[in-house]
Design a protein around this ligand. Sequence first.
Ligand code: URA
Length: 480
Amino acid sequence: MRTVFIERGFEDWRRQSRQLLQAGIAPHELTWTNGQAGSDLFAAAAGDDGGTPGPPRPTRVPRELPALLECASRFRAGDRWALLYRVLWRVAHGDRSAMLAGDRDGGELQRRIRQVRREAHHMEAFVRFRERPQTEGAPRFVAWHEPAYDVLELVTEHFLARLGRVGWLIATPDAAAQSNGVEARLLHPCPPELAAMARSTADDTDELWRAYYSSTFNPARVNAGLARQHMPARFWKHLPEGVLIARLAANAQLSRPHRSQAAAVAEKVGQQVQVCTEQARPKRPLPSSLETCRNCALWRDATCAVPGEGPKTAGLMLVGEQPGDQEDLAGRPFIGPAGRLLDRQLADADLRRAEVYVTNAVKHFKWQAGGGLPPLRRHRTPDAEEIAACRPWLEQELAQVRPRVVVALGRTALAALLQASDPTRLRLADFLGRPRWHNGRWVVAAPHPAAILRSEGTLRERLIGELQTALRQAATLQAD
Ligand code: URA
């Protein structure tokens, strides 16, 4: 068995395989590997069973074969050079079926070619350039892209033709293409400083593009499977609109087509984007002020703001962290699994939900997309700024409802009620069983029902006990 080292890609393979073919060395006698031999191992390999290659034989192959082989060589697979040589060998020996889809080798060759072309098409469609401040000799537009196959070279002409006479750079994990506006050169491997530049550049058109994208997104026509086929999810993370796709698709599937479309456009300042005025929007009931709250960025990914609910005034108020997935869709607090657990615990403590006011420290659902379609909306804990941004709403509820006792369900709620500057430094355990008189009312700390749902065994029992104790204590304090 001989080992052939391919150091510089297809041209290297082509040169070496021509020699191998002429030497009459069959595919099964060869192992192909990427990289550099310590010496010219191929020459050694060709003669390592004693003989020098015989006189070169003329090799005739159909004119289209080299281009097909070149294209298939861009498919990343451990056997890429071996497959090419097998096809070349068979065709050179008169077996043209090795190029055809019905043949085992030919079928694989054709499949790889299709995949490579598709990936090149994806790259042309999904490369997003960001503009950089102009500096001497540096590209004006830069992009980072992670193609699955070696297609950068295939798309360079496309971008050269479209971008005109400006300098640009496309960096990928393996290679980069850089143009000075006249010609492009390929850099292999990609210099780390160019990769870093391409990965870190952001410009303010991203936000404008997101506003445009969400306002023109057509929920009535979403076909999640087809969308994924056209734009595989692996590209989302590098597209400015990538963060929106999951939410927009989820809203569309949940029959909430109007959500979060025009609002983002209306929010934008500047001539270009003032395209959607209050009058131009579809007629909808006027939103309450909480619904239009933009004190922090959480509103963008939430379906709606979730206000508290309960009697106009109440002796007892329960404060959770933020709406969950179901609360976000229904616009009501604690109606999902955590809410059901809370209802059971209230009943056990002889409290009636209808008589307590239930709300959250943060009114918009903070989440990030997980896998699947519609995507899973994974809960994320609000940070100090988001809690502070929402405080005026909580203050307003406290002032209106005037509870004598407030139960803080979890650390975020406790931090909001005690106005802690750094919620992460607050230890809920330090407050359990120790009600605190704060701003003219009792604050009672309790574990969050969602934490109970996530726990098991003795921990779960302990947390349920602590919630029960807190609720009973609150009931007593309220009656005092
Ligand atoms: N968790 C919360 O903190 N609040 C809700 O409304 C639901 C789940």
